[in-house]
Design a protein around this ligand. Structure first.
Ligand code: SF4
Length: 236
């Protein structure tokens, strides 16, 4: 981490190092149980942090990008640049339903008339097959991102007797920023242009007017999750 002077910052630095060791131990523990692991990434603002941590531990853990077909071209370029930089083998998963069929009875695209269903067929459903192939789904959600994520723990149940592992669940955005700076990692090109959270292009706007980290997603709607972190969690 960047040099820190104050005792409280030194303590934060110590906890951060302990956290990285803990993540490595957890991954090794899963592997010792012969669990098959995979990571998903949306290649947005702070995604690079978890990608870098996990690929530093084990480059053989596959990284999946859920390609909705609606991403910013900058996100696709960023994904490809990171793959090259870190020598990653990134796999894409996407909906089997052609875009021409992703319309409602009035010929409106679903992201306009029914964004929940659009997210379901483009983000949630494509994950189905992965839950039959793997045991542990690693993803980078953090509690501070929104009220729903605050309720989630480091380990949660997922479909088909798999588990979700959230290594960064207690990380703050400042810690993510520090990690990126310390490791001199590239940031998403739109992060410096006022985009706080970067999802699909039709459902993302710049947002300089709120501290809400996911502000700017599904603007004007009472929606702040795509379903990956709601529908695909199975509570006991
Ligand atoms: S974020 Fe928007 S475009 Fe992307 S899958 Fe959801 S509704 Fe569709």
């Amino acid at each position: 981490m960047y040099f820190r002077d104050k005792p409280s910052e030194k303590k934060a630095y110590f906890l951060y190092i302990m956290d990285l060791i803990r993540i490595k131990d957890k991954i090794e523990h899963f592997k010792s149980e012969n669990k098959k692991l995979f990571l998903t990434s949306s290649f947005q603002g702070y995604s690079i942090v978890l990608i870098h941590i996990i690929s530093s531990i084990d480059k053989n853990i596959p990284i999946y990008f859920i390609n909705t077909g609606y991403h910013f071209v900058e996100t696709l370029t960023y994904r490809d640049n990171i793959a090259k930089l870190l020598s990653l083998n990134i796999k894409n998963v996407s909906s089997q339903i052609p875009k021409i069929q992703q319309i409602d009875s009035n010929s409106h695209l679903l992201y306009v008339s029914d964004p929940d269903y659009c997210c379901f067929i483009n983000k949630v459903q494509p994950m189905d097959k992965l839950f039959f192939e793997y045991d542990v789904w690693i993803n980078g959600i953090r509690k501070e991102q929104n009220e729903h994520r605050k309720t989630l723990e480091e380990i949660e149940n997922a479909p088909n007797n798999t588990v979700r592992y959230h290594p960064l669940i207690n990380w703050t955005k400042e810690e993510c920023e520090d990690y990126i700076k310390t490791h001199k990692l590239p940031k998403h090109p739109l992060s410096s242009q006022g985009y706080k959270s970067i999802g699909c292009e039709p459902c993302t706007i710049k947002n300089n007017h709120t501290e809400d980290e996911r502000g700017g997603r599904w603007n004007g709607l009472k929606k702040n999750e795509c379903g990956l972190h709601t529908e695909l969690i199975i509570k006991k």
